[in-house]
Each structure stands twice: as structure tokens, then as C-alpha cells.
Ligand binder design. Structure first.
Ligand SMILES: Cc1cc2nc3c(=O)[nH]c(=O)nc-3n(C[C@H](O)[C@H](O)[C@H](O)COP(=O)(O)OP(=O)(O)OC[C@H]3O[C@@H](n4cnc5c(N)ncnc54)[C@H](O)[C@@H]3O)c2cc1C
Ligand code: FES
Length: 370
């Protein structure tokens, strides 16, 4: 690093109008003091619409914990777009993301990325990680939701004979099931992993009821559960865990006997990772005039469009990350006015309150500290 700094100083004296960073980037494309980058080392096409992209990150990256994700920036028509992707490799290994072609950015990542390409990066983050102390785990995944769990399985299973993991993995068909062969091989090789595939083309949607889960994993209640997949899948799992918790609370209340459906064992925790969020857009709510005070911009906004999009379209430099209300990178103080949380419909109007611009829309005039 010291050598790089000296080089940067020398380059500064030699180069104009290129900045020292531009000059160094000619020799080392992942070097930039302003923006963390990575160079793509390998691309593996996993299914017809998904690929794993391995990359060597530059200075500023730190090793990921199994289950964490990183923001990846891609330039489309000269505009940099950021999206979040779980790191699918084991902790301690070179990072990779496994992407499903689902829209503008993922399409380019899956279809066009090749070794040598540069990715813009932010360091790994996220709390969807393995528990500190080993215990029995139940993983519930669907579609590309397997990616963070794959990192956990790759990290845990070969190294920890005392681990005990049951994976219930739902996909439409075997061909669309990411990492299916590797998972089956791991389950054959290591007795601490059990894999239950569920193919919806053959069995229909996997509905989470106490019975369906017990059929797939009889001791599910005693396990710490982790779930990642589409919204409907996660909501369904969450409802089951909530129902079970309510039944357990009711059964322990004085004067109430344990009825049918109540259980002796306490249901374990359910930890969820969401890749997307349902927003209440299209409801036709009234918007208002949005003032970006520091940027000296005013824009008339409707009541359905996130303030993040409104600001970006107006040329305001907006902090952002997941764009789905998950990472809190977009938090900014509300100076005055009122916003609606597009996930819940809740209104917020306390001056100084931090709001998430990616999931908040104007609900009347709004002044933002940006
Ligand atoms: C913490 C986190 C981790 C993530 N990890 C991964 C990952 O490992 N692999 C991955 O492929 N995606 C992952 N995503 C989703 C990813 O960030 C993008 O949202 C996704 O690639 C779509 O972006 P896009 O620009 O291609 O689509 P856009 O043009 O922005 O369109 C987005 C649409 O795609 C839907 N969508 C988002 N993700 C998916 C998905 N995985 N499958 C199907 N539809 C989707 C959204 O609901 C929305 O309707 C993750 C998201 C978060 C917040
Ligand atoms: S950008 Fe992640 S919460 Fe808003």
C-alpha cells in the first residue's frame, strides 16, 4: 500500500489531466482510492438463466462471513447501477456471486460478464450469518434464495462433523435447481447434511404447515431455521412460525389446557433474508413537492414513487444500497413534511426522523436533508 501511495504521488506529478488514480488504474484496474473494484476471474453458467461470477477484489474489501452479501455496481449506458448479491462461496475463499437473470442489472451480469471485466464493489455486510455456537439448523430456500445458504453449507459441512443441517430446497424443476449436484454430493459425502429437494412442477407449491415441514424434517421445531427465497415463500414460512409461537404462548397461559396443535417443544428461531420487498405502489396516493435542501433541487413527486428514484432522476447524489428497505444505506433525516412507508402505508412526519428513501414516498410536501 505504501508503494501504491508513492506511485500515486509520482503519477500526480507526471499526469494531467488524468488523476493519479486513473493513471494507476491503467496498470492495476482494481486500484482506486475512491471506489472499491474487483476484476472478474471466472464465470460459471449454473442453469439456463443463472451464473456464478468469481472476482478478485481490490484494496478495501474484507473477507465475507458465510451468508453475507455485497453491493455490486454495474455500468449500463454510462450510468452506474447498484444491486445487492449474496456471496455464494465458503467463508475464507475468494468471493463469488451467483445471479439469476431477473431484470436489467442481473441480465447483464448473467449474460455479458466475462473474465477480466471490472465490477464496482462495496464490502460484504449482513446479519444473515451462521449462529455463533453450533446447533441443529433447518434451511428453507427457494430459487436463487439458496445462494447465501450455499455459502453457509460450503463453510460448515466439510469442516464441522458436529454440525447438523437439514436443507429443504424448492425449485420448479431439477434443471432450474441451483447447485443441485454439488448439494447431493455433499449430502452423500457428509452425514451432517440432509438435502430434501422439492420440485413444484411435480408436487405443487410448498405450503408451510406444521405437517408438511414435519414430513420433511420431523425435528424441525428444535432447529434454528434460516429462510431465503421469494416473498410469498418467506411470508408463508413467517406465518407458520408466528402461528406456532402464538399457540405456544396460549398453551403456557394459566388456566388454558394444551389443545390440538399445541406442542410440547418450543419452536426455534426463524431468521429470514429477503431479496425483494412488496411495495404498495399503484395505490394512487397524493404526493407533494420534494425539496432536496443541500442540493437546492425541488421536484413534484407522486405518492407511489420512492424518494430514492425521485432524487436520482433529479440528479441528486442519493446514498443507496439494496433499494428494498433492507440495508439502511439510504437513511436520511426528514427536515419537514410527511412521507409514506410504501411497505406498510404508515405515515412519518417527525422532523429529524431518519427515513429510508428507497421505501418512502412523498405524502404532501417534503424537505430532505440532502
Ligand atoms: C440482501 C440481498 C441479497 C441478494 N442476493 C441475490 C443473489 O444472491 N442472487 C440474485 O440473483 N439476486 C439477489 N438479490 C436480488 C438482486 O439484488 C436484484 O434485485 C436482482 O438481481 C434484480 O435486479 P435487476 O436490476 O436485474 O432487476 P430490476 O430491473 O431491478 O427488476 C427487479 C425485479 O426483480 C425481482 N427480483 C429481485 N431479485 C430477484 C430474484 N433473485 N429472482 C427473481 N426476481 C427477483 C424484484 O422483485 C423486481 O420485481 C439480492 C437482494 C438483496 C437485497
Ligand atoms: S437502500 Fe437499502 S434500505 Fe434503502
Amino acid at each position: 500500500m505504501i508503494r501504491l501511495k508513492k506511485l500515486a504521488r509520482a503519477a500526480s506529478a507526471l499526469t494531467t489531466p488524468l488523476t493519479p488514480e486513473d493513471f494507476l488504474a491503467l496498470f492495476n484496474p482494481v486500484y482506486s482510492s475512491r471506489q472499491l473494484r474487483g476484476v472478474v476471474s471466472r464465470v460459471v453458467h449454473e442453469t439456463e438463466d443463472s451464473a456464478t461470477i468469481y472476482f478478485h477484489p481490490g484494496h478495501g474489501w474484507h473477507a465475507h462471513k458465510a451468508g453475507q452479501w455485497a453491493r455490486i455496481g454495474v455500468e449500463l449506458d454510462g450510468v452506474r447501477h447498484w444491486r445487492s448479491y449474496s456471496l455464494s462461496t465458503a467463508a475464507g475463499h475468494d468471493p463469488a456471486i451467483t445471479v439469476k437473470d431477473a431484470g436489467a442489472v442481473s441480465h447483464v451480469l448473467v449474460r455479458d460478464t466475462k473474465p477480466g471485466d471490472i465490477l464496482f464493489l462495496a464490502p460484504p455486510q449482513g446479519d444473515f450469518v451462521l449462529p455463533e455456537h453450533p446447533r441443529s439448523l433447518l434451511m428453507l430456500t427457494a430459487g436463487s434464495g439458496i445462494t447465501p445458504v450455499m455459502s453457509m453449507i460450503r463453510t460448515l459441512i466439510p469442516r464441522r462433523p458436529d454440525a447438523n443441517v437439514v436443507l429443504i430446497n424448492s425449485n420448479s424443476t431439477p434443471e432450474k435447481s441451483l447447485f443441485r449436484e454439488e448439494l447431493d454430493e455433499l449430502a452423500d459425502q457428509f452425514s451432517n447434511l440432509t438435502v430434501r429437494h422439492w420440485f413444484t412442477s411435480a408436487r405443487g407449491r410448498l405450503e408451510f404447515t406444521a405437517k408438511t415441514i414435519a414430513d420433511l424434517c420431523p425435528d424441525w421445531r428444535s432447529r434454528a431455521a434460516y429462510a431465503c427465497g421469494p416473498e410469498g415463500f418467506l411470508n408463508n414460512a413467517e406465518e407458520l412460525w408466528q402461528r406456532e409461537a402464538a399457540l405456544e404462548t396460549a398453551s403456557t397461559m394459566p388456566g388454558l389446557s394444551s389443545g390440538a396443535g399445541t406442542q410440547a417443544a418450543t419452536t426455534g428461531t426463524l431468521t429470514i433474508e429477503r431479496f425483494s420487498t412488496d411495495l404498495l405502489t399503484g395505490a394512487g396516493h397524493d404526493g407533494g413537492l420534494v425539496t432536496f435542501e443541500q442540493s437546492d433541487r425541488e421536484v413534484q413527486a407522486d405518492g407511489d414513487t420512492p424518494l430514492l428514484d425521485i432524487g436520482e432522476d433529479a440528479g441528486v447524489l442519493m446514498p443507496s444500497g439494496c433499494r428494498m428497505g433492507i440495508c439502511h444505506s439510504c437513511l436520511i433525516p426528514l427536515r419537514a413534511g410527511q412521507v409514506r412507508d410504501l411497505r406498510t402505508g404508515e405515515l412519518h412526519n417527525n422532523p429529524g426522523q431518519l427515513i429510508q428513501t428507497c421505501v418512502s414516498a412523498a405524502a404532501g410536501p417534503v424537505n430532505l436533508d440532502l
